[in-house]
Design a protein around this ligand. Structure first.
Ligand SMILES: Cc1cc2nc3c(=O)[nH]c(=O)nc-3n(C[C@H](O)[C@H](O)[C@H](O)COP(=O)(O)O)c2cc1C
Length: 194
């Protein structure tokens, strides 16, 4: 693996490769959160932006993950591309994406997905699928052909990275691992045994 001075540009190179090779969702990543007592939970989310400021995903602010993020801002991300045999791990703390940025992303989504965001009370119990379908029908009727604003219970989080690790498969499990740690001023690089 060639050692780039900047992990974000290396990440973009790997993501561009994954976009060409993965059969679907090259931007899928696991997001680990924890309660304030440190009890972990993990699930997949879609990466919707990555730059020097961090890694962005969107979700329902009433969900379990959002509840954990409010009480504990420390998270970990993991992307694994089977077709590339590569993995990226990120550790950091979250901050909320601005309303303007969340609005712009929300409006870029398909109309039905926007209605779905209104209809889903994510991570809350429902009696049956009919309950979701009923809510979708209600919001479809409510919005008609008009604008669909972003619900105030739906938004984005940005993971501000302190550690980013790149892992690339090598023969005989003698893999390459490069870790970037943010010193407060620049990225410091080290290599780890596989
Ligand atoms: C490939 C994939 C991508 C997903 N992307 C998102 C996403 O971007 N945002 C989201 O809220 N849930 C996403 N989900 C659903 C979550 O994994 C999870 O079921 C949901 O967010 C509820 O999690 P929680 O109860 O821990 O809050 C995705 C699931 C999969 C399998």
């Amino acid at each position: 693996m060639t050692q780039s001075p900047n992990p974000i540009s290396l990440f973009h190179d790997w993501m561009a490769e994954a976009e060409k090779k993965e059969i679907n969702d090259p931007n899928a990543m696991s997001l680990a959160t924890a309660t304030k007592e440190g009890v972990p939970s993990v699930r997949m989310v879609l990466l919707k932006g990555a730059d020097e400021r961090g890694f962005v995903f969107y979700t329902n602010l009433g969900s379990r993950k959002a509840g954990e993020l409010m009480e504990n801002p420390h998270v970990s991300l993991c992307l694994h591309w089977k077709s590339l045999r590569k993995q990226v791990r990120v550790e950091g703390v979250i901050e909320r994406v601005s309303d303007e940025e969340a609005d712009a992303y929300f409006q870029s989504r398909a109309r039905v997905s926007r209605i779905g965001a209104w209809a889903s009370r994510q991570s809350q119990e429902m009696e049956g699928r009919w309950e979701l379908e009923k809510r979708v029908a209600e919001y479809t009727a409510k919005f008609g052909i008009g604008e669909i604003p972003r619900p105030d219970f739906w938004g984005g989080f940005r993971v501000k990275p302190s550690v980013i690790e790149f892992w690339a498969d090598q023969n005989f499990r003698l893999h390459d691992r490069i870790v970037y740690k943010w010193s407060g001023e620049n990225w410091e690089t080290t290599r780890l045994f596989p």
